[in-house]
Design a protein around this ligand. Sequence first.
Ligand SMILES: NC(=O)c1ccc[n+]([C@@H]2O[C@H](COP(=O)([O-])OP(=O)(O)OC[C@H]3O[C@@H](n4cnc5c(N)ncnc54)[C@H](O)[C@@H]3O)[C@@H](O)[C@H]2O)c1
Length: 358
Amino acid sequence: MNSGVSTAALAAAAVRPDIAGGNAEAVRVGVIGYGYWGPNIVRNLSALDRCDLVSVCDRNANALKRAQKTYPAVHLTTDFMEVLHSPDIDAVAIVTPVWTHFELAKAALLNGKHVFVEKPFTSTSAQAEQLIELASQKNLRIMVDHTFLFSGAVRKIKELVDNGTLGQLYYFDSTRVNLGLFQHDVSVLWDLAPHDLAIMDHIIREQPEAVVATGGNHFNDLADMAFITVYYPGNITAHINVNWLSPVKVRTTLIGGRDKMLVWNDLEPDEKIKVYDKGVEISNGQSVYDLLVSYRSGDVWGPKVDATEALKTELEYFVGCILDDKTPSNDGVAGLRVVRLLEAAEESLKDRGRIVTL
Ligand SMILES: NC(=O)c1ccc[n+]([C@@H]2O[C@H](COP(=O)([O-])OP(=O)(O)OC[C@H]3O[C@@H](n4cnc5c(N)ncnc54)[C@H](O)[C@@H]3O)[C@@H](O)[C@H]2O)c1
């Protein structure tokens, strides 16, 4: 596949000295891709204090017409090389289809630009590894857009898990189903599951041991429904259900711990998270048949969840990481962990649920 990036055209460029030295006041950003998701990135970047939105690029001239109406002062181009070669741009946001991420990100890094790239990071783990290596050689930042990690709900869940409120984790069980939107180039696994895999990875923070995936495709050779199970050490099981053939939209995650259990319903306008003081207590008898099981059913609590738009928080963090020379938590390495899980899930799915060890 060719995204149109000619390797010969790529010149190695130095990072702006004031950025490298931590003296710059704002990061100058160019955005490539103004389709469905790009406008959200552009809107948030344009409103940030420590960011100058310099350029928006889309090879589709109609997309640029839409951009021009809202951002008349921003430079517009159909040629991404203009963005990548511009001395007035420090960082590039890549908001194009998955199969173009690698070549565009590679070209951006070779031209000395920091990279904000959409999920999933790349189409293969080998590509992700190459980009991580290149960024490290050039002392540039990569951030992968795992948007949900910056939502108030996920930040609250992480706090509750990390401060021990839930106790020892038993399971993570996420459902992300709706009717469509069918993608032309990727399966539902590569389109929707990156969200849940990134959230799971962020919350569980263990190295997964194995993956099992099943699913089906009903219109072409790309799966339109998938059920993924990820096994972790410590008897933690994660399960993700993604489906483009659901009559209703569901965005619900259950997380069970020894001490508390929680339900996150992202479609709830208020009280997205409910924490249940419910659980099971076992007293061991002489044999397994003598297990004394008692059930605990206490209070239900709805913690306050910050309603700030996740993308605003994330892009503010991206700009801060560049100006303050910090490695983002959702860096290329975090993106690679998700791509590895996607590859393993795809391998298992093709083989009708064969267990794939990691
Ligand atoms: N983080 C999220 O919640 C979220 C949500 C939706 C989509 N995404 C991701 O965003 C990316 C884009 O998805 P989308 O739904 O916006 O796709 P889209 O097809 O609607 O838009 C992509 C745009 O990129 C343009 N484009 C493609 N190649 C180009 C190139 N070489 N130069 C210039 N322009 C180019 C296309 O013309 C198109 O307008 C995907 O990686 C997707 O997974 C993320």
